[in-house]
Design a protein around this ligand. Structure first.
Ligand SMILES: NC(=O)c1ccc[n+]([C@@H]2O[C@H](COP(=O)([O-])OP(=O)(O)OC[C@H]3O[C@@H](n4cnc5c(N)ncnc54)[C@H](O)[C@@H]3O)[C@@H](O)[C@H]2O)c1
Length: 300
């Protein structure tokens, strides 16, 4: 390869649009045509926290969920509160429904300014016992689903000067507990997807970031935890014993962070991971230092 050719190969980004970030793209202005799609947006906890926070900020939120009735009911509720929202069916596993959402529903209703990949399913099982079907399902919903929706969203963003994608990962991607290997692998894949999109499409003013929630005090978690005891006490105890910050994490906090990452205020932030876990992911490390200090009597 001669020098001229080499330069061209290594500097492709310098040849694409240098246009300044379009502030209008990431400012909702209470315009019902400025859409953000939230996959899994009807979910009783995080999904609803995100959908509501974005609607309150003035975005028109497309709540796209496998649970169509719940998606439409939440949209109706937000509209009744004077906010802008639409509910529709989406199964992120089924590529044809992804295409219908982005190629038919979205263009009919406005301009796509953002995407939140929140649809997700979990699995708690040590890897030696995980079936191929279980592995495939966790990866298909969490990772492949996020890829399919991101690819469609990017096609929209390219037509009007940019956009923002927020992926919902998990603290299990960065500090996995026993039993989370499959889920962790899929969510860690979403970190690669996030950084990859940020690198591939930054020059098109397309940003991509990932939030890692810790244990969120949501109706679904409360329902799951009920088998081990009083959910409120269990969640409080988790926060006090496994987090650096003792307060429990709410869906509203996740929604507030997504709203920030969607807004123009975060215009220079891309490719980052934001754990919202009360310090759960650093808990082990600080514990180890404390133990060492206790053993040596010194300061670290
Ligand atoms: N709840 C937590 O403590 C926690 C912690 C870390 C990460 N997360 C992640 O946050 C996101 C939301 O989780 P949640 O706890 O609110 O769960 P949830 O079950 O309340 O919400 C998930 C939503 O995704 C929808 N969904 C599932 N499969 C789908 C599919 N194939 N197509 C379209 N929609 C689908 C469900 O119908 C549901 O509405 C998930 O990605 C989850 O992995 C949750």
């Amino acid at each position: 390869m001669d020098q001229q050719e080499d330069e061209a190969v290594r500097a492709p980004r310098n040849r694409v649009s240098q246009a300044p970030q379009d502030e209008a793209v990431q400012t909702p202005q209470n315009d019902p045509a400025r859409l953000i799609v939230v996959t899994g947006g009807a979910g009783g906890g995080i999904g609803q926290g995100i959908s509501r926070a974005l609607a309150v900020e003035g975005w028109s939120v497309v709540i796209a969920d496998r649970e169509e009735k719940e998606a439409i009911a939440l949209a109706d509720q937000l509209v009744a509160e004077g906010l802008s929202a639409l509910g529709t069916y989406l199964d992120v596993v089924d590529e044809s429904t992804v295409n219908t959402l982005f190629r038919e529903f979205v263009p009919k209703n406005g301009k796509l300014c953002g995407l939140v990949n929140s649809a997700g399913v979990g699995l708690v099982k040590t890897l030696g016992d995980v079936s191929t079907a279980e592995w495939d399902r966790i990866h298909t919903v969490n990772l492949r689903g996020a890829f399919l929706c991101a690819r469609e969203a990017i096609a929209h963003f390219r037509t009007h000067g940019g956009g923002s994608i927020v992926n919902i990962g998990s603290v299990q991607a960065i500090a996995p507990e026993v039993g989370y290997s499959t889920y962790s692998a899929a969510k860690t894949g979403m970190i690669g997807l996030t950084r990859g999109i940020a690198a591939d499409h930054g020059r098109e003013n397309i940003r991509c970031n990932i939030i890692h929630p810790g244990l969120v005090d949501s109706p679904l978690n409360r329902q799951l935890i009920a088998q081990w005891g009083d959910p409120e006490a269990w969640i409080r105890n988790f926060a006090e014993s496994r987090q650096m910050l003792p307060s429990t994490i709410t869906p509203e906090e996740i929604g507030a962070a997504v709203a920030f990452l969607m807004s123009h205020k975060s215009r220079s932030i891309t490719g980052v991971e934001l754990p919202i876990d009360g310090g759960n992911s650093i808990w082990q490390g600080l514990n180890a230092i404390n133990e060492e200090q206790a053993n040596t009597g010194g300061t670290a």
